[in-house]
Write a protein that binds this ligand. Sequence first.
Ligand SMILES: Nc1ncnc2c1ncn2[C@@H]1O[C@H](COP(=O)(O)OP(=O)(O)OP(=O)(O)O)[C@@H](O)[C@H]1O
Ligand SMILES: [Mg+2]
Length: 589
Amino acid sequence: MSIRRLPPHLVNRIAAGEVVERPASALKELVENAIDAGARRISVQLKAGGIGGIEVVDDGSGMARDEIALALERHATSKLPGEAIESVSTMGFRGEALPSIASVARLTIESRAAGGEGWARSIDNGELAGEGPAALPPGTRVVVEGLFERVPARAKFLRSERSEYAACIDVIKRLAMARPDIGFSVEHDGRRVFALQAEAQTARVAALTDRALAANSVAVDAVREGIRLGGVAGLPTFNRGVADHQYLFVNGRPVKDRMLIGAVRGAYADMLARDRHAVVALFLDVPTGEVDVNVHPAKTEVRFREAGRVRGLIVGGLRAALDAAGHRVQSGERVASLGSWSSSHEPRHPGLDPASRFFLDAAAGKRDAGSEARLTDVMFDYRPAARVEPATAPAQSFPLGVARGQVAATYIVAEADDGLILVDQHAAHERLVLERMRRARAGGEVASQPLLLPEVVDLEEPACDRLEARSGELRDFGLDLERFGPAAMLVRGVPALLGQTDVKGLVTDLADELAAYGEALSLKERLDHVAATMACHGSVRAGRILSVAEMNALLREMEVTPHSGQCNHGRPTWIKLAHDDIEKLFGRK
Ligand SMILES: Nc1ncnc2c1ncn2[C@@H]1O[C@H](COP(=O)(O)OP(=O)(O)OP(=O)(O)O)[C@@H](O)[C@H]1O
Ligand SMILES: [Mg+2]
C-alpha cells in the first residue's frame, strides 16, 4: 500500500459528492451565492428539470477577472474575513461550491463588478475550457450544463426530470421565502414558473404556499432568552398529508432540521392525527454564537448550543399563538378523556362549552386584557349544541345501541342495553367509506359520478405532473381527471360513493400523497393510501346535523364493518360508558 496525496481534481470531485447530489443542490449553491453577493433580483432558468441546464443571473456585486479565477479554486472564499466560523452571517462560507460543481459539470461564470469590465471563465469537468471578455451588466451569470455526464455513478442516481424539477422548485421556494426583500423569477424550459417582486415576508409566504393559508393561520411572534420566533402557523384543521409544507428557517437559512421538525410536531401533537402535518413557515433568529451551521455539507441542518431552549420556544410560541386563535381552532380542544368525567375539586372546567369556560377563566384572571374582542366572538358564536330525540323503546337490542341525540353536531349519543355510547361521526364514517372503497376495489372498478360542471383545480406544476402520471390508477378509483394547462387539473368525476365532495381538497391531498409515497410504495400500498385520502373527503364532516335515521344507519353499518372501531388515523371512533361506570362516577357503587 502506498499513500499518496490526491490531485486537486479528485479532491474536488470527492467534495462534489457531498455538496452536489442532484441539480437542485447545484441550483441551491448558485442562488445562495447570488444572495450573498447582495443581489436585488435573481433570475433562474432551468432546462429539463435542471438536468438539461441551470442558469442563475444576479445583479449583485459581481467579480473582477482575477476573482473569478479564485472563486473556482477550492477553499477560496470572500465570506470568512476573520477566523470565526461561528459568527458567519452569509449563506456560504466553505469556498467549495463552485469548484465542486465545476468538477462534475460544464460551468461558465460571467461576471462584472460595478465600474469594471466583464469577464468569463469556463471549466469543463475540472479542466479550464476557455476564458475571455464578456459583455453583461454589473452582476453575475452562472451556467451549469451536463451535470454528471462524465460521472456515470452519479448520473445513475438522477431521478426523472419531474422529480428533479420538483426538487429545484422546492429549493428556490425556500430561499425566496427566506429573502422576501429580493425579487425572484424562475423559468422552466422557457416557460415562466413564478415572478416575485420584493415584498413583505407575510406576502411572500402567502405567494409561495397555499393561498388559503392566510385565512387559516395565525401569526407567531415569541421571544425567549434572546431567541426570536416569527412567521405563520396553520390552524390544526388546515393540515396536510405530508410534511413538505413546513418551511423552517434559522437566521435566514432554510433548514430541514430534525430537532425543529420534531418541535413543530410536538406543538401540534394533540391537535393532529399522527399522519397529518401542520403547515408552517417559521423563522428563528438566534444569536450567531448559539448555533453552529457548519455541521452539514449542504448546510441544511444546524446544531444549537441549547437545543432544549429552542425546542421550548417553538412549542411554547406555537401553542400560545394557536391558543390565541381561540374558537377558530375547530379541532384544537383536547379530547376530554373519560377520566375527566369524574368530579374533581380542581378549578378547571374541561367539560364546559367554550363560552362558559371563557367566563370562568376570565373570572380566575387567566385571560389577558386584549382578549375582549375574542369574548364577543365567543358570545356570538355560542349556541346550544345538543339535540335530543324522544326515547322510544328499542324493538331490538343492538351492540352500539339506539341513537338518542347528537352533541355539538359532532357526536352521536346512543343508548345501549348496558350503557351510554358516544360516536365521533366523522371518524366513524370515514372508516366506513374506506372499507366500502376497499370492497369496491376488490370487486373491480369503483363507480365514478360525473360532476355536473367539471371543476378546475389549480395546483403546482409538479403536483399536476404526478396526478397526470397516475390518472389511470385514479380512474380505477372513480376519480376522473385530466391535465388542464401547465398548473391545473380538470376534474370530471369523483368516486360515486364519496357523495358530495370538496373536489379541490381531495385532489390537493392526493397530489401530496403521491409526492410522499408515489415512488416509494408498492402499488397495493399506494392504493390503500389513495383510498384512505379519498375516504377522508367523502365522510360526514363533524358539524353536520344528522337525522335520527342517519344516525341509526351509521351505527348499524359500524356493527357489520370490519375495523370500524378505529378511524383511519388510529383514534377510536366510539367510546362506551357502561352503566357500571356511571354508577361509580356517582358514588353509587
Ligand atoms: N454570484 C456571485 N456574485 C459575486 N461573487 C460570487 C458569486 N458566486 C460566487 N462568488 C464568489 O466566489 C466565492 C466562491 O464561491 P463558492 O460558492 O465556491 O464558495 P462560498 O460561497 O464562499 O462558500 P460555500 O462553499 O459555502 O458556498 C465566493 O466566496 C464569492 O466571493
Ligand atoms: Mg457559495
